[in-house]
Design a protein around this ligand. Structure first.
Ligand code: PLP
Length: 369
């Protein structure tokens, strides 16, 4: 956030800080919203979300991944962020520990702390291509550990956890009786291999709380719509905790989301293809910047290059690039306490701009190292 503001203040710059698709929501989804308003869908929706939307969510995961969640196991929220907040408020008691696979999405840490919990960090860096080491993860478990948060494909590293790693984590969760919060908001952006929902692995269903949404897959970040999927007993708790916040999510947005889930698989593919091309292109271009070591992304729309060879921290490097190359990045420090060797590049601008940003940064770095 600080860097996004600094980017605005720095004036004319290429902004690579934004974690949202730069394309607008497909027009047929926008039309579905207008139709919903005109058809009178302007009243409160049921607390768990419209049954027809929950049906559409259920059907999306069934046809895409063969995963079975019925409507009673789905709770509609104001985006994945809201889902995460409700989940952590619902499961944590003061002092409970939650393991974060670092680097992680910034708001996980704040959400844990706001819920009275304690984040415990398990770093996996570019030397492991950001793939977590299950043995290291297990070492972080104490009698206070309540849950692990997974995020594959990952913001910011772009790593996609393969089945073997997911199975190892599933085994650890079972052995220590832990909940797994699986944030799968980037599921449609899985490039290196097909996405594996954590709850599809044997024995995981009962301990998994899935978080997902429409922000990224359908370019609907501003619509604020997401959901959780978990066993009904847990879903009822989430609903009870969530109800006083919002009563229910905007009804017409739910109708548009229902339309998107039922009719727009082609759009999801188009959007994901566009970003796949961009992250591949960006990985090649940014690898030419002296001092920048780029790990190609298996999914998502970010790169998380290691810049330790420059002798600068992520924060120093980002400021240098902002002022000298007029390129705005997010320092690695925003994604965990052990991430100062990194910066995040969001490939949410055109290839032309990504190439131009890489060229400008390369010119600056040639003079510095
Ligand atoms: N989870 C991750 C990993 C994210 O990167 C984001 C947004 O950037 C979210 C959750 C929240 O998404 P939303 O609240 O828009 O659904």
């Amino acid at each position: 956030m600080r860097m996004a503001i600094a980017a605005q203040e720095a004036g004319e710059c290429i902004n690579l800080t934004l974690g949202e698709p730069d394309i607008t929501t497909p027009p047929e989804i926008c039309k579905a919203l207008c139709d919903a308003v005109n058809d009178g869908h302007t009243h409160y929706a049921p607390g768990a979300g419209l049954p027809s939307l929950r049906e559409a969510v259920s059907s999306y995961w069934k046809r895409t991944y063969g995963l079975d969640y019925c409507t009673d196991e789905i709770y509609i929220t104001t985006g994945g962020s809201h889902a995460l907040n409700i989940v952590l408020h619902s499961i944590l008691e003061k002092g409970d520990e939650v393991i974060l696979l670092e680097p992680f999405f910034t708001f996980y840490e704040q959400n844990i702390e706001q819920s009275g919990g304690v984040p415990v960090y398990c770093m996996s860096g570019s030397d492991r291509a950001f793939v977590p080491d299950p043995a290291e993860l297990e070492k972080k478990i104490t009698p206070k550990t309540k849950a692990i948060i997974l995020n594959s494909p990952c913001n910011p590293s772009g790593v996609v956890y393969n089945r073997e790693v997911l199975l190892a984590i599933a085994e650890i969760a079972e052995k220590h009786d832990l909940l797994v919060i699986s944030d799968e908001i980037y599921e449609s952006y899985s490039f290196s291999e097909p996405h594996t929902p954590f709850a599809s692995l044997p024995g995981t269903r009962g301990r998994t709380i899935m978080i997902a949404g429409l922000s990224k897959a359908y370019a609907m970040t501003g619509w604020r719509i997401g959901y959780t999927m978990c066993d009904k007993s847990m879903k009822d708790i989430l609903q009870a905790i969530g109800a006083p916040h919002i009563i229910g999510v905007n009804t017409m947005v739910q109708k548009a989301a229902e339309f998107a889930l039922n009719n727009c698989d082609n759009r999801v593919r188009e959007i994901s293809e566009l970003f796949k091309k961009r992250v591949e292109y960006a990985a090649k271009e940014f690898a030419k910047v002296p001092g920048m070591q780029v790990t190609p992304a298996g999914g998502g729309f970010y790169l998380f290059p290691n810049i330790s060879a420059t002798g600068m921290t992520g924060e120093q490097f980002s400021l240098e690039m902002l002022h000298k190359a007029k390129v705005a990045l997010i320092p690695g420090e925003s994604f965990g306490p052990h991430c100062s060797d990194y910066v995040r590049i969001a490939c949410t601008v055109s290839e032309e701009k990504l190439g131009e940003a890489a060229n400008r940064m390369a010119e600056v770095m040639k003079k510095l190292i």
